[in-house]
Design a protein around this ligand. Structure first.
Ligand SMILES: Nc1ncnc2c1ncn2[C@@H]1O[C@H](COP(=O)(O)OP(=O)(O)OP(=O)(O)O)[C@@H](O)[C@H]1O
Length: 953
């Protein structure tokens, strides 16, 4: 207002100066100085799309552009266009529940919204839209009203009292002190001051209007942000959220009902299910009732909300009617103004212009006049533009009228839709009410029956409780007792564990001592067993003689000479009868194997001798007999049916393995052949090399065979390899193996060395398995050359063996071991406590009878010899000692007999054997049977066969 006042002041100054100029120069005389007063040009802001409202609360600038576009493009407002308007061309989702389909489809879509929530939402949306349309209508009406007012302001001076009144009171007609120069004012001449003042007034008016427009635009923005469509959208959003929540609640209610039904089915068999089911049903009944109450409350709220909205709708409708009537009035006024203005214009055109002549006093006045004339032209142009604008406004008015008509129609349609939806909602509510009542009744009946069942169950439970009380008391007392025991249990457990530990330690000590005692007893028993065994062997005789009669072969059976002269005692397996030249000879040996005896049966009888080798005894097993009597068969056997050699080694392996935990044994094997008194090693690479028996250079007086190969064997496979090698070497050494083998002695020397780690005891025994050469007396048959020499050598060695045994038997001071390589080599195995087995092989054929008789006599003679047990003590050495040895008793009690390592062929043992033969104890004397004595006598009378070869010792 200050600014306005300032401007007014300036205008007054200008008027005053103009008056002065007029006073000085008189009236305006120049026609060029005539001034046409033109209507005030509207601010460009008023022509902008923005619409101003008279009231602050009715600003709605956001939707105006859309309507103006419609007006410009002349789009008819059908249902689709209404939707487009409603969505404001920006976001259709702002009207979520309203389908964007044409209006013709809306009915069917609405009909599809069957449930109450959807209908409620639809009603709400429709109401919102109605409000929205009403607001838009209001805003349009306000805009039109404003335009009309503006027009009225423009034409007011003329319509109010004509140019005269304006001339009389130019300042009072303008609001806010601004003098409005109306375009309809008739042409008149003004003084320069008046013109200048008029121009200033026009400028100030324009500025004022622009400021107002700016303020109102800002106000519009503010109101739009505060109110506008956002409230409606928020409300709509809230309602949508509420609708969604209600839907989910309904769904969860249905699901819970279904789950309850399922649970009731599954638990129907449970004994406690009835009670639980009753309680659950009661809870669900209460829940459903609570839910129904909540729904009812919600429904009431919704209903009240609908009523409020309906009231708002009524109000808005009434306001719309009022606005409509006011618009009609404004239109009428506008028409009247226009009419008057047109008439004024017509009058102006028809009336002759009054031209006042103004004398130009000065060049400045003339210039002002020219400016005024220019300004007058501009005002004329503004007048034309104003007219055009008036026409446009009229067009817009018509359009807005048409739009309002269409909107009204749309409102009516929506109202009808809303009424129908409301009717459906009411019907739905009615149905829901009925459903609710029915459900409540059913729930009540169900609850009653369930309550009854619950009461019955409760009575049963009470009874059970009464019966359970004594048991509970008992259990409580037991529990307390157990609790006390559990509390004491750790102490008891500790005590028991301590006692148990002590007992266990004590028992372990006792067991350990008992174990030691048992071990001691076991050793003593073992020694006793060995002692008994040795005693038994001694009683049986250290030299044992078996006889094996070979069967008659198929070829021999076919010959006429197959009739056997040998017969056996069925009751005594030690007696053999031989019929020769009409008289029967009886031979009694330790064991006689008939032809049908198997290799296994033969080995059963010799295996005790084999095992004594492990205990440190020297054992010698001879196979004696004529060629073809079965010596090799008995010792080596055939493939698939091994003889004593392989079986002995296997047995030794088994025994050694059995004693393995305490004893560590080593078994070595040597294969030696004696042919023509020549010693050869069958396991060395060059078996033809001759071996010699020499005195040990260490001065111990023992004999040994330098270069004799000793192969360690650990398995039957090793044995097989050794035998194969020996057999191959024996074959390379001769052209005819069979011939050669019958003329040579084959010795398998097995040495078993043992060491007891616990006691430090060492043992060594030797098992000599000898396949002797044929014992037939070839020399007497007139053989010559090499055969004679072979026969002589065989006879010599066999005679030497007989002499040795005879000397042992006769307890001679001197035993001629050195008369042959065989006896020399086997000196240790034949003397002392060594054990000797002579397996005499006999052919049953009559043609071999004389040889059989010789062999049997030799066997009889050998059997009568006994080695002295006392002499054995000198042969034993303990822990690798040489000649000094413990007494026989001490060895037997504490440890197995021990022989020195390595095993020498000792001369001292020879002396020992001599000593032993002289110091034989009476207890070791052998009781012989009468038949044996008879045989001895018979042999003595017949003369020994052994001596036939002659002795060179
Ligand atoms: N108990 C037996 N059962 C079956 N066959 C046997 C028996 N004893 C010997 N024979 C067979 O008799 C034959 C001669 O035996 P073997 O070669 O063992 O006699 P030998 O006394 O070793 O002869 P040599 O002194 O010439 O070596 C062989 O064919 C052998 O198979």
């Amino acid at each position: 207002e200050e600014g306005g006042g300032g401007r007014d002041g300036r205008l007054e100054d200008e008027e005053r100066r103009g008056e002065e100029r007029r006073g000085r120069g008189g009236a305006w005389s120049d026609p060029t100085c005539r001034l046409r007063v033109q209507p005030v040009q509207r601010s460009s802001a008023l022509l902008s799309p923005a619409v101003m409202f008279s009231s602050r609360k009715t600003w709605d600038i956001g939707h105006a552009p859309c309507l103006q576009e419609l007006w410009k493009t002349d789009i008819s407002l059908d249902a689709g266009s209404v939707d487009f308007l409603m969505s404001d061309g920006e976001d259709e989702s702002s009207f979520l529940s309203l389908p964007s389909a044409p209006f013709s489809q809306r009915r069917s879509l609405t009909a599809e919204l069957s449930d109450a929530n959807s209908q409620k939402l639809l009603i709400q949306t429709l109401q919102d839209k109605v409000c929205d349309f009403q607001a838009r209508l209001r805003s349009e009406e306000v805009a039109r009203h404003l335009l009309v007012q503006q027009l009225q302001h423009s034409v007011q001076p003329k319509a109010g009292g004509g140019v005269q009144a304006q001339q009389e009171e130019p300042r009072s007609a303008a609001p806010n002190g601004v003098k409005l120069l109306q375009p309809s004012e008739p042409w008149r001449t003004f003084s320069c001051a008046e013109e200048k003042q008029l121009v200033k007034q026009l400028h100030s008016q324009v500025k004022e209007l622009e400021e107002k427009l700016l303020d109102q635009t800002q106000e519009v923005e503010r109101l739009r942000s505060e109110l506008g469509a956002t409230d409606l959208e928020k409300q709509l959003e809230r309602l949508l959220v509420e609708n969604r929540r209600l839907k989910q609640e309904l769904k969860s209610c249905r699901c819970s009902e279904l789950q309850k039904v399922d649970a009731a089915e599954t638990c129907s068999r449970c004994p406690h299910s009835q009670e639980a089911e009753g309680l659950r049903r009661e809870v669900s009944r209460w829940e459903s009732q609570a839910r129904l109450v909540a729904l009812e409350k919600e429904l009431l709220e919704k209903s009240s909300r609908v009523e409020v909205l309906q009231r708002q709708l009524e109000d808005s409708r009434r306001q719309a009617d009022e606005w409509r009537s006011r618009q009609v009035e404004a239109e009428q006024k506008l028409r009247l103004c226009l009419q008057e203005r047109e008439e004024g214009l017509v009058r102006q055109e028809t009336a002759p212009p009054r031209v006042q002549t103004v004398e130009v006093d000065s060049a400045g006045s003339q210039k002002d006049l020219a400016d005024m004339q220019t300004q007058n032209g501009a005002l004329q142009e503004q007048l034309c533009a104003q007219r055009l604008r008036l026409q446009e406004l009229e067009t817009q008015l018509h359009e807005s009228q048409r739009t309002s008509t269409q909107l009204r129609t749309q409102i009516l349609v929506y109202e009808g839709e809303m009424e129908r939806a409301q009717g459906q909602l009411e019907a739905e509510m009615q149905n829901l009410e009925e459903e609710k009542n029915r459900v409540i009744e059913e729930a009540f009946i169900r609850a009653e029956s369930e309550m009854k069942a619950v009461h019955e169950n409760l009575a049963g439970v009470r009874l059970n409780l009464l019966s359970l009380q004594p048991a509970l008391r008992t259990l409580t007392s037991d529990y307390n007792c157990l609790k006390r025991q559990v509390q004491d249990f750790p102490f008891m457990l500790d005590r028991a564990i301590t006692e148990a530990k002590q007992e266990i330690c004590q028992v372990i000590g006792e067991v350990s001592s008992a174990n030691q005692e048992l071990l001691r007893k076991y050793r003593r028993e073992m020694n006793l067993r060995k002692k008994c065994h040795n005693e038994l062997v001694r009683l049986k005789g250290n030299i044992r003689v078996f006889c094996r009669v070979r069967p008659v072969s198929q070829e021999e059976q076919d010959s006429a000479d197959a009739k056997t002269l040998l017969s056996f005692d069925s009751e005594d397996d030690a007696v053999l009868y031989l019929s020769n030249k009409g008289k029967t000879m009886t031979f009694e040996l330790d064991k006689i194997f008939p032809p049908q005896a198997t290799q296994e049966e033969v080995f059963q009888e010799v295996q005790s001798l084999v095992t004594s080798c492990i205990d440190g005894f020297n054992v010698c097993i001879f196979a004696y007999g004529q060629t073809g009597s079965g010596k090799t068969y008995t010792m080596e056997g055939v493939e698939g049916d091994p003889g004593i050699n392989q079986r002995a080694l296997r047995l030794l392996f088994d025994e050694v393995t059995e004693k393995a935990p305490d004893w560590d044994y080593r078994i070595t094997v040597s294969l030696v052949e004696i042919y023509n008194e020549t010693l050869r090693d069958l396991l060395r690479e060059n078996p033809t090399d001759k071996l010699d028996i020499k005195m040990n250079p260490d001065g111990s007086g023992q004999l040994y065979v330098p270069g004799l190969t000793e192969r360690t064997v650990q398995s039957p496979e090793d044995i097989n390899r050794v035998f194969e090698l020996g057999h191959a070497n024996r074959a390379t050494a001769c052209t005819n193996l069979n011939e050669h083998s019958s003329r040579s002695h084959a010795l398998l020397i097995i040495t078993v060395s043992g060491f007891n780690g616990a006691t430090g005891t060492r043992t060594q025994g030797r098992l000599n398995l000898v396949d002797l050469a044929g014992s037939e007396r070839i020399g007497k048959s007139g053989a010559e050359g090499s055969r004679l020499r072979e026969a002589q050598c065989i006879n010599k060695s066999l005679s030497a063996l007989g002499d040795v045994i005879s000397a042992l038997r006769g307890k001679h001071a001197h035993v001629p071991f050195r008369n042959s390589r065989l006896t020399y080599l086997l000196q240790d195995s034949l003397s002392g406590d060594s054990k000797t087995l002579m397996m005499v092989q006999v052919s049953p054929l009559p043609g071999n009878m004389s040889e059989s008789v010789c062999s049997l006599k030799f066997a009889q003679r050998v059997r009568s010899v006994e080695l002295s047990s006392s002499s054995s003590t000198s042969r034993r050495h303990e822990n690798s000692s040489t000649s000094s040895s413990p007494t026989h008793d001490s060895v037997e009690l504490d440890s197995p007999p021990v022989t020195p390592v390595p095993l020498p062929i000792s001369r001292a043992s020879s002396a020992g054997s001599t000593l032993s033969s002289t110091s034989r104890t009476p207890s070791s004397s052998r009781r012989r049977s009468q038949s044996q004595l008879a045989a001895d006598r018979q042999v003595d009378s017949g003369g020994p066969v052994v001596g036939d070869g002659g002795q060179d010792d």
